[in-house]
Each structure stands twice: as structure tokens, then as C-alpha cells.
Ligand binder design. Structure first.
Ligand SMILES: Nc1ncnc2c1ncn2[C@@H]1O[C@H](COP(=O)(O)OP(=O)(O)OP(=O)(O)O)[C@@H](O)[C@H]1O
Length: 551
């Protein structure tokens, strides 16, 4: 519950702050006097009591709906949308989805769920020009788009602000800070405070404060939060078998690490000598984040201004080199030799062939004998036939082989990795299993080094269609595939890396166990990654319990 219902036991209370506008009253939108007498609940899918209850509430209150992944939040939205558009025949609704490739999926899901007239709806993420969008906003009653599109069109008055009576925010946990979801509420409230809000998320926040921000930012007045254990939803939760595999550093990774540490050691030693950084651990354990934070929060504001210019420049250059090297080292340990090599080659390319300003210290390092030897070694390693470059890659290959042998080629697998170059390495590790394994990458629209590094929206949609149709049976995805993909036959998720954000891990895992039971394999590198994962799991479990019990 949300609002004034305070103080039973020690359960925390979410509040709708008095300083913010009250949840809007939508009655000023012109209603159809006959239609408003009833609301319709479709029976084309089996009626589930929790969906029915949540729909009833969401029709009349601004509601945050949090159900585990795959339990039909989109269906709830579809029912609320169809009733709402019947009741208010002159008004419009917007269904916002953060990732472009999912916009079309959600539109089709709404069509399927409630038989909404196709002519009422439009998917606004294609390459529509502003004049085409202006026409579509006026001609259609329900627009599916990314929040950025809606925000821009509200700002330019391309979207008719006064006509919106219902906003659906998918993956509503994003409604924090100055994310578009928050801006949209502010923009719209100024011009048309009469709208209903429906916010959907399987992971409303990783802390109570985060959930409270979503509630506050989206003007929520009712929260429907049910975890997998909740008696209403438990019967519908598919089993997900979760396995954790911890990999140990192998000889090749250890050898490359040695060469990187040889470059990093003298720089860390110089930073320490110059009193710019202290560490009690060996340089291989220094995290890039620790260096970055110390440089930006302590050294730059407090120490740098007191130093002669030349010395300050030299220390800046050392920080820059140390951060890059420790980053490459971290990627080596967590992702493998190929990813580390990609980092170093990019760095070499930027230093020698780009117009960007490069310090002398960076140039000296990249042209040093040790650096050149490292690159030569990496090049000859990756040229070896069947080279893997990390025990995790060997595991992925083995798990995928066993999976298709046991489950058959119609089964589907998604492998997640945060880093773009690691996605390529994973694809490479599966090459020898063609044609049983038909693999595609699934990555976002922005990339750091040219076209090969990104996919257009059309390419993303085609990959999803082919995966759905079975032309591909393995997707190797970056974060773009983490939220919302609804493909029933995904039987196995492999998390190649562990993300410190438990929300992202929950979303990744939620891509399986949707229509039937699923399996999740977590690959963790012994040491830092394993520790970080176990800590964040425990914290998240406790917080989720508190969130669900909150009143
Ligand atoms: N009452 C129901 N009976 C049977 N199947 C249902 C029911 N409601 C929804 N489904 C199906 O369950 C699947 C998952 O639904 P949906 O995509 O809405 O889940 P979700 O809660 O939005 O998941 P996510 O959090 O991962 O986005 C869909 O294929 C949908 O058709």
C-alpha cells in the first residue's frame, strides 16, 4: 500500500510526499457515459486472480505493478489500456519501453491480449521524420515508443500534451534522477495534469529509497508488489534451476597477467612515491574504479592545485596509464585474453593513429618494448587454432554443446556479457559447433569503434525475428537484451559476467522460465567477481523482502 496507511509493526512506509502534486484526477477527459459503466476483462487467456485484482486497482489509481518476470504485466497493461480508451474516446495513451527493439514486441503483445484495433496503434521508433510523427500523434490513440521519443515530442509540442489520459511506463525502475520517465511526468503535468499512470517493473528498485523515488517521480498512489514467493503468484512461477560455476585463473591468463603487471607496477610505484595514491595491496589488485575515484575525488581537488604544473601533468599521465592498464587487467581476469587484447589494440590505435591529444607518457608506454612484446604475445596466442583465452569460454562451449545434445536444436539459449568485444569472443568460442549452434550477436545502437560495433534498429528487429523463428538458436547479447524480451522457448541463460547491479541480474535471469522451466548458469571468476556477486545477492534478497513487506 502507498499513502497514509502508516505504522503497522516495523514495516517501512512509502509516502506520496505532500510537496508533490496529488495523483491526477482524470475525470476532465471527456468520457463515454455508457462505456464508463463497465470495465471489460478478457478471457482469452486463463483468468489469474492477481492479474484481475491488479487491473481493477490500476484502472482507478496510479499504480506501480511489480510482479516477477514473465508473469504477465504486459497483459495487465493491455487490459487497462483497452478499458481506458473505451471510457475516454477522445483521449490518447502512450506505452513507453526503454529499449527500441522491444517496442514492436510490446505492441504485438497488446494486440494479442485484448484485440485492440490495429488502426489505433503505432510503433514510433522507426525512422519516422518529425512531420510523420506529428501526424501519427494526432491520427492514433495508442502510441508505443521509447521515452526519449515522447520526451522530445512533448518538448517540441509535436505530441498533443492535453490529449493524454494514460501513460504506461514499462521497466519503471528506470524512473530515477533525470531519466526521461521523470522529465515526461514534469513536462506533461505542467500542461495537462489529468492523466493516469501505470508503472510496470519486475525489479522496482535495489533499495527502499530507490522504490520510493520511482513512486514519487511517477506520481504513484498504489503499489502492487508481489515476489515469486507470494501465494497469489507462486503457482504460476516456473522453476529456474540456478547453477554457479566458479572458474580459476589458468596458465595463459596468468602469463598475460604477468606481462600487464610488469607495465603497471612501476606506474603504481611512482604514484605512491609521489604521494598521489596509496595502496596496501599489490598493483594487480588495484581496481580501476579505486584509482579513478581517488584521482577525481581526492588528488585533483586537494593535491593537484598545490603542485608545480610539470609535476601535476606527470602525475595526471601516470593516473591515466594506470587506470587504462588496470582496466585491461580487470577485463583479462573477468572476460579473457581476447577482450584484454581488444582493449590494448584500441588504445594503441588511439595513441598512434587518431587526432586525439595523447600525453607523451602514453606514447612512451605504448611504444615501449614491454608493451610491444605484450601485443605480439597476444596476437600469436589468438592466432592458435581452437584458442579460447579464458576458462569461462571453455565452459560456455561445453555447456552449450551439452544443452543442445540434451534438449535438441529447437531449444534456445541467451548468453549475456556486458562488454562488446567479449560478445565476439563468445561467438568465436561456439564457431566449431555450427550448424547445430546457429548464433547471432544482439547488441545496441551505439558503439565505440565504428559500424561493426553496433546494430541498427532494423538489424536488431531482424535478429529477434530470426531468433523467435528458430533460424538462430543462440543469442549473445549485451545489456540491450536484458529487459523485457518475451521468448517462451529460451531454456538456458548463461551469464558470462556478473553485474554488480542485482536488478540487471534479475532481469537477465527473467529471460528464461517464462512458459516452461528454465536453467540459469552463472559464470564467476574466483576472487573479486565471485565475492562481489555473493555480497550483492545477499543484500538484494534482504532488500526485496523489505520492499515486499513495506506498507
Ligand atoms: N493469464 C495468463 N495466462 C497464461 N499466459 C499468460 C497470462 N498472462 C500473460 N501470459 C503470457 O506470459 C508471457 C509473459 O508475459 P509478459 O511479457 O507480459 O510478462 P512480463 O511480466 O511483462 O515480463 P517481464 O518483466 O520480463 O517484461 C507472455 O507470453 C504472455 O502471453
Amino acid at each position: 500500500m502507498v499513502g497514509g496507511d502508516s505504522g503497522r509493526g516495523s514495516a517501512p512506509t512509502y509516502v506520496v510526499p505532500q510537496s508533490l502534486p496529488k495523483p491526477p484526477d482524470i475525470r476532465p477527459h471527456q468520457h463515454d457515459p455508457d462505456e464508463v459503466l463497465t470495465w471489460i476483462y478478457p478471457t482469452n487467456l486463463p483468468v489469474r486472480a492477481y492479474q484481475l485484482d491488479i487491473v481493477r486497482r490500476s484502472l482507478f489509481q496510479n499504480t506501480l505493478v511489480s510482479l516477477p518476470t514473465g508473469l504477465g504485466k504486459t497483459f495487465i497493461a493491455a487490459v487497462v489500456l483497452s478499458n481506458h480508451l473505451r471510457w475516454f474516446p477522445k483521449s490518447r495513451a502512450v506505452f513507453m519501453v526503454p529499449t527500441k527493439p522491444l517496442v514492436a514486441q510490446q505492441m504485438e503483445s497488446v494486440w494479442r491480449s485484448v484485440g485492440m484495433p490495429v488502426s489505433w496503434t503505432v510503433d514510433m521508433t522507426g525512422q519516422m521524420s518529425p512531420p510523420q510523427r506529428a501526424l501519427a500523434w494526432r491520427a492514433k490513440r495508442l502510441v508505443f515508443c521509447t521515452p526519449q521519443t515522447f520526451e522530445n515530442d512533448l518538448k517540441s509540442s509535436t505530441a498533443p500534451a492535453e490529449s493524454f489520459s494514460l501513460l504506461v511506463f514499462d521497466e519503471a525502475h528506470r524512473a530515477t534522477g533525470n531519466y526521461s520517465y521523470c522529465e515526461i511526468i514534469k513536462l506533461l503535468y505542467r500542461r495537462n495534469p489529468q492523466f493516469r499512470v501505470l508503472a510496470l517493473s519486475a525489479t522496482p528498485g535495489s533499495s527502499q529509497q530507490a522504490v520510493q523515488s520511482v513512486i514519487t517521480n511517477l506520481l504513484i498512489s498504489a503499489a502492487e508488489i508481489r515476489s515469486e514467493a507470494h501465494p497469489d503468484v507462486a503457482p504460476y512461477v516456473q522453476d529456474r534451476k540456478k547453477e554457479i560455476i566458479v572458474t580459476k585463473e589458468d596458465e595463459i591468463v596468468a602469463a598475460v597477467k604477468g606481462l600487464l603487471v610488469k607495465l603497471l607496477d612501476p606506474i603504481i610505484a611512482r604514484l605512491t612515491r609521489n604521494k598521489a595514491f596509496h595502496t596496501r595491496s599489490v598493483s594487480e589488485s588495484v581496481a580501476p574504479a579505486a584509482l579513478l575515484q581517488h584521482r577525481d575525488k581526492t588528488w585533483r581537488p586537494q593535491v593537484k592545485p598545490t603542485l608545480p604544473t610539470a609535476q601535476a601533468h606527470a602525475i595526471e599521465a601516470d593516473f591515466g596509464n594506470a587506470i587504462s592498464l588496470s582496466h585491461a587487467l580487470q577485463n583479462l581476469l573477468q572476460f579473457g585474453v581476447g577482450t584484454c587484447r581488444a582493449d590494448l589494440l584500441r588504445w594503441q590505435e588511439e595513441t598512434n593513429n587518431s587526432d586525439k591529444y595523447v600525453t607523451k607518457a602514453r606514447r612512451d608506454l605504448v611504444n615501449s618494448a614491454d608493451f610491444t612484446q605484450l601485443i605480439d604475445n597476444l596476437n600469436s596466442l589468438v592466432a592458435q587454432p581452437g584458442f579460447m583465452g579464458h576458462p569461462k569460454l571453455t565452459k560456455v562451449s561445453q555447456i552449450v554443446r551439452e544443452h543442445f545434445t540434451t534438449c535438441g536444436q529447437d531449444s534456445k539459449v541467451i548468453i549475456f556479457s556486458t562488454i562488446r568485444s567479449s560478445v565476439d569472443e563468445i561467438v568465436r568460442s561456439l564457431e566449431d559447433q555450427q550448424p547445430t549452434v546457429r548464433v547471432s550477436v544482439f547488441i545496441g545502437q551505439s558503439g565505440s569503434s565504428g559500424k561493426r560495433d553496433r546494430m541498427t534498429q532494423n538489424e536488431q528487429m531482424k535478429v529477434l525475428e530470426k531468433f523467435q523463428a528458430g533460424d538462430y538458436n543462440v543469442l549473445v547479447a549485451t545489456c540491450i537484451g536484458e529487459e523485457g524480451l518475451d521468448i517462451g522457448e529460451v531454456d538456458l541463460i548463461i551469464n558470462y559476467d556478473s553485474q554488480s547491479s542485482p536488478i540487471r541480474m534479475t532481469q537477465r535471469i527473467g529471460r528464461t522460465g517464462r512458459k516452461r522451466e528454465g536453467r540459469v548458469v552463472m559464470l564467476l571468476q574466483e576472487g573479486k567477481e565471485e565475492r562481489a556477486y555473493r555480497d550483492s545477492e545477499t543484500r538484494y534478497r534482504n532488500v526485496q523482502r523489505a520492499i515486499e513487506n513495506a506498507k
